[in-house]
Design a binder for this molecule. Sequence first.
Ligand code: NAD
Length: 324
Amino acid sequence: MRALITGGAGFIGSHLSEALLAGGHQVLVLDNLATGSIENISHLEGRPGFEYHIDTVSNEPLLAELIGRSDAVFHFAAAVGVKLIVEQPVLTIETNVHGTAVVLKHADAMKKLVVVASTSEVYGKNGDVPFREDADLVMGATTTHRWAYACSKAIDEFLALAYWHERKLPVIVVRFFNTVGPRQTGRYGMVIPNFVQQALAGEPITVFGDGTQSRSFTHVADVVRAVVALVHEPRAIGQVVNIGCSEEVTINTLAERVLAMTGSASSITRIPYDQAYESGFEDMPRRVPDLAKITELIGYRTRFTLDDILGDVISYFRSRPPYT
Ligand SMILES: NC(=O)c1ccc[n+]([C@@H]2O[C@H](COP(=O)([O-])OP(=O)(O)OC[C@H]3O[C@@H](n4cnc5c(N)ncnc54)[C@H](O)[C@@H]3O)[C@@H](O)[C@H]2O)c1
């Protein structure tokens, strides 16, 4: 298979590039380096079957050419990260809505399979965990910028499913829950890289809110394996599928585990949400996936525990002093 990965120089996209090349596939990357980095894919340069283009998905002639040369499109390019979304809502909405619209339009013209990366954020304030794919999406007010990300991704899902129902364009919508591993940057508010960098630098670990909110974290290698398996499963076409892990941890416990595993003497400080992000910021107390569908489709089981994830992220940042 030749795969086009939009956002392929990003965190998950670069791991997917690696996994597909290792599986004997060819990979075309299209990435404008908005949040990705050339360093994420520089080790793949020169590998047979690997090619990258530093450009935006909005460059439609290039996008159409790359889709034309591919068998499947992994559309991962997006404005990602709560901090970025709160600070640059126009960029978020335009990138996520327009970017996905042009990818689907050109893929439809050539009937190429598209995997659309969505997010657990779409469940919003729904308190009924674990989240099943057919659960209600409960969004906050449009005056709270955070919801722009969830809503833009929900529109992407609607559009992808509409192409499938109306025009038989094969699509798979994957809802990633918090995905973590080497190469994820803390710059845009991702909690584990931030905690690890703070611990290694001996700076206070900053917990947003009271720290009793919980999350479930999945190793990027488990996520990538699941995505690759899904494109080989015909029953996944036209489906929305959660990809995550059911092991929950509170952010307070996470901070303590990072301290213990790094051996850091950092303190833990708590910052109210409205100071960390914006006034009126809303967070979800829990976010846990129901994994019945993906388990049934591909026999999904995660291989990496939270300690494995933390171990890998700590080694990654230790190898990059001053822990950037
Ligand atoms: N990491 C997570 O926990 C998580 C959770 C839920 C959903 N997701 C989704 O998974 C996908 C990948 O996220 P990630 O964590 O690897 O983040 P990332 O920021 O590392 O990857 C996104 C990539 O898209 C690129 N990009 C942005 N705008 C672009 C444009 N207009 N044209 C071309 N490239 C563009 C960025 O430069 C970056 O390399 C995203 O769609 C994101 O919404 C990620």
